[in-house]
Design a protein around this ligand. Structure first.
Ligand code: ADP
Ligand code: NA
Length: 326
């Protein structure tokens, strides 16, 4: 099958419906990693099978709203015979305002015992901001994976000081850096962003991002695909940062399906962080070695998801990951 061009109607050979979306993938990864997780979001009545799937994986689904008059968000993925993807995102109930109304009405976030809040950028923007704000008021640790990327205007207005951990892949790091520099008063940052292609070192973009004022209190984790991961850790006393690099896991077998590797990484990373207090910082409750260990386990889990077909179904359990590491 080829991918349809404008004006063209083509027929597919096969059709499959799978559970997905960054939020669902990352929640399942946290559950498989052994973390306790409540999922918050909105689906339509057509999405109840997805809620069932999450429940089966041990995810607390009491924070899910089923909207009477919205349709569940979907990604419609065309896969050509040679494996190339073309994706149409339909946000549907993901962009519902019901969730934000619920947060605004209740005096706290949804989960009284929550210690960490993990956000993607797949719900409506205002809900993301409101959730972040409430979470910091309640002393939660906040982790943000801005995917899909915010617009430049949103990047400038974003509450970055409320983000404890920023999780990005290289493409997202670059988009975030360029977006931050667009219209920036900082001429050095702007010049650097224009000369970006000359920056050849792998960690170029992540260190540029870490140098921006907006992220001065934010720990940055930048995944580098087959090259592993680079972390910039902020010290608890506010005195600079330390970087920790961990190479990717060595893969077994020849199969490669990288879709969702980032979500698997994120879930394992967050479940690792959840073993520490919400306000854990370098020089406080966590050491470079602690973070290096979490990165290693997360790389191993993500690598195993690459070895297996599928996205959400390819996320390994903690036992499987530990067997491979030890
Ligand atoms: P995304 O899936 O968001 O594009 P990356 O491509 O950076 O994110 O991959 C996330 C993580 O998955 C990497 O940090 C690495 O641990 C693992 N990974 C991805 N591709 C490979 C690969 N080819 N070999 C081994 N590990 C990989
Ligand atoms: Na996979």
């Amino acid at each position: 099958m080829n991918i349809s061009m404008p004006g063209e109607t083509i027929s597919s050979k096969r059709y499959e419906s799978r559970v997905g979306g960054k939020g669902a993938n990352q929640a399942v990864a946290i559950a498989r990693a052994g973390g306790t997780i409540e999922f918050c979001g909105t689906v339509g009545k057509d999405g109840e099978w997805i809620v069932e799937y999450m429940k089966k994986h041990g995810i607390d689904i009491s924070g899910i709203i089923v909207s009477e008059d919205e349709t569940t968000g979907r990604a419609i993925i065309q896969v050509s015979d040679d494996g190339e993807n073309s994706i149409i995102l339909f946000p549907g109930a993901n962009h519902s305002e019901l969730h934000e109304k619920r947060i605004a009405l209740s005096c706290q976030l949804w989960f009284p015992e929550a210690t960490h809040l993990l956000l993607q950028n797949e719900i409506n923007y205002q809900s993301t901001l409101t959730s972040l704000f409430k979470a910091k008021e309640e002393g939660l640790c906040t982790i943000f994976n801005p995917s899909p990327m915010l617009s430049p205007a949103q990047i400038h207005a974003f509450l970055w000081d409320k983000v404890d951990w920023l999780l990005v892949n290289e493409g997202e790091a670059e988009a975030l850096y360029r977006g931050s520099c667009t219209g920036s008063q900082d001429s050095t940052a702007l010049r650097d962003s224009q000369n970006f292609s000359t920056t050849s070192v792998k960690d170029g973009i992540a260190s540029l991002l870490a140098s921006l004022d907006a992220f001065k209190n934010t720990n940055i984790i930048c995944t580098l695909g087959a090259d592993g991961v680079l972390a910039y850790l902020r010290r608890s006393d506010g005195n600079g940062s330390a970087s920790v690099y961990r190479p990717a896991a060595r893969l077994q077998g020849i199969f490669r399906d990288t879709t969702g590797a980032g979500d698997c990484f994120t879930g394992y990373f967050v479940s690792g962080l959840m073993k520490y207090p919400p306000d854990a910082r370098l020089g406080g409750d966590v050491s470079e070695e602690d973070i290096a260990r979490i990165l290693e386990v997360s790389n191993q889990a993500a690598g195993m998801s690459v070895e297996r077909p599928g996205t959400i179904d390819s996320i390994p359990t903690r036992d499987e990951v530990e067997q491979r590491i030890n």
